[in-house]
Ligand binder design. Structure first.
Ligand SMILES: Cc1cc2nc3c(=O)[nH]c(=O)nc-3n(C[C@H](O)[C@H](O)[C@H](O)COP(=O)(O)O)c2cc1C
Length: 192
């Protein structure tokens, strides 16, 4: 089967891409304005280690406004991007709900937070990994989503994931990930 992307609706392109570019870890992003905002994003990837950057593509609310995550990032220039293990998938899923800007998903859905640095939003408590990021830039692609580059300034990693501290070897094969409209974990490591 060959698909011509020029002839496809964007929902069908989304289905084809999100089911085949897999698994993508879910960035559970914490940002701040008057309230703490928490939302999941799976159009998410590492971009470069120098500068240490990640990319997340952020769409719009149903009414066309910027999603709260992006509005907050543009206002405060800060975001804390968390990756949790697969046990969190139900909690992650409820935070996709579009709440008013002045309502906090953390409060509404009882998501526990842990403050690590005064200058960055809190991380999700028990997240296995958290990147404390500064806004870097937006990439203009002229579509409906806004690819947003963040620069990692500090990182938290659960000690349990580190299998060799000296050589920085890490095993995070239960990272919560996205496959199509479902959730998955990264899976087993294939050792060479
Ligand atoms: C697993 C998962 C992945 C998602 N990935 C994205 C994404 O990559 N980009 C996006 O714009 N929305 C994504 N969404 C939808 C947002 O989480 C949702 O629109 C949320 O309400 C945004 O919240 P905010 O307005 O507080 O930023 C995803 C939802 C789920 C459940």
């Amino acid at each position: 089967m060959i698909y011509d992307f020029n002839e496809l609706q964007s929902t069908d392109r989304y289905k084809l891409m999100s089911n085949t570019i897999i698994p993508r870890p879910i960035a559970w992003i914490v940002t701040e304005d008057e309230v703490v905002n928490v939302a999941p994003f799976s159009y998410f990837t590492g971009l470069s280690s120098n500068p240490a950057t990640i990319l997340v593509s952020i769409g719009h609310k149903k009414n066309g406004d910027k999603k709260d995550t992006l509005a907050n990032i543009l206002k405060t220039k800060k975001a804390t991007v968390c990756i949790v293990d697969d046990s969190f998938y139900k909690k992650v899923d409820i935070t996709k709900e579009e709440l008013p800007h002045n309502k906090s998903e953390a409060e509404e859905f009882e998501i526990e937070l842990q403050k690590e640095f005064s200058e960055y939003p809190a991380m999700i408590k028990k997240a296995r990994v958290a990147f404390f990021c500064d806004f870097f830039k937006i990439v203009e692609i002229g579509g409906k989503t806004i690819p947003t580059i963040l620069e990692i300034k500090k990182m938290y990693i659960d000690d349990k994931l580190i299998t060799d501290k000296e050589n920085i070897r890490i095993n995070f094969n239960d990272a919560l990930s996205r496959v199509g409209a479902s959730y998955a974990k990264i899976g087993e490591e294939l050792k060479i």
